[in-house]
Design a protein around this ligand. Structure first.
Ligand code: ZN
Length: 232
């Protein structure tokens, strides 16, 4: 504890949302920001709006984002730090928050599959943010010792290099991401409940592409998706 106090003196830790100094026993987010987070509570709401949005095109079992993601919200910074500024520990922490919320709603998940980046983008960024989040989710859902066996990072491959989604118009996104993934059958997923993890759910086109890559090979899979942010 005294080492941590000393560390805080030399490198003061700040809340990742509001920037206020954090007490010694608090990590990443201050109590106020943790309490005010615009949570969706969709884990307690089967047939929630995110699920209805995707039902038109998929048979996803559950769709559960953690918090609402709007341009005005200061919580948007969490996603930016995880995605573009290399804050891997924050990604892991936010993943564990998500895992804690969803574990009762999804008691029978067999494997967690993070949405992959194209190898070129992964190489440039040095990590895949969805994979970092997925590891946090798995630790919260299955415990530290089982987590690594449950996260499958080699079954989905991104086969097309797509331009960053945010720079494109909404109606453009569909053709951009369709057939973006291919399933590598390194593990028998037949009849399993697969939880896909991504950072943000917007149109759902990425979720749909991942869903169809898996169900093309295993049509008896139960598939859910969970993300940190949700754009309504
Ligand atoms: Zn704060």
């Amino acid at each position: 504890m005294w080492l941590k106090c000393l560390g805080d003196l030399i490198f003061p830790r700040k809340c990742e949302v509001c920037g206020r100094l954090l007490p010694v026993d608090v990590e990443y987010l201050c109590d106020d920001c943790l309490e005010d987070m615009p949570l969706t509570y969709y884990w307690d709401w089967p047939e929630n709006p995110a699920e209805k949005k995707l039902w038109v095109r998929t048979y996803l079992h559950r769709v559960i984002p953690l918090f609402f993601y709007t341009r005005e919200s200061q919580y948007i910074t969490l996603i930016h730090k995880i995605k573009y500024r290399g804050n891997i520990r924050l990604g892991h922490y936010m993943g564990s928050l998500l895992g804690e919320k969803i574990k009762r709603a999804l008691p029978d998940v067999d494997y967690i599959v993070p949405v992959p980046l194209h190898p070129i983008r992964r190489w440039r960024r040095g990590y895949n943010q969805a994979e970092v989040i997925a590891k946090g989710v798995a630790e919260a859902m299955f415990g530290l010792s089982d987590a690594s066996d449950r996260v499958l990072t080699d079954v989905l491959k991104r086969v097309r290099y797509t331009r960053t989604q945010t720079r494109r118009k909404m109606d453009d996104k569909w053709s951009n991401v369709a057939n973006a993934f291919r399933l590598h059958t390194t593990k028998d997923l037949s009849g399993k409940h697969i939880l896909i993890i991504d950072d943000v759910l917007t149109t759902g086109s990425t979720a749909e592409a991942a869903y169809s890559a898996i169900t093309k090979v295993y049509n008896d899979c139960k598939i859910s998706i969970a993300t940190l942010g949700y754009v309504e």
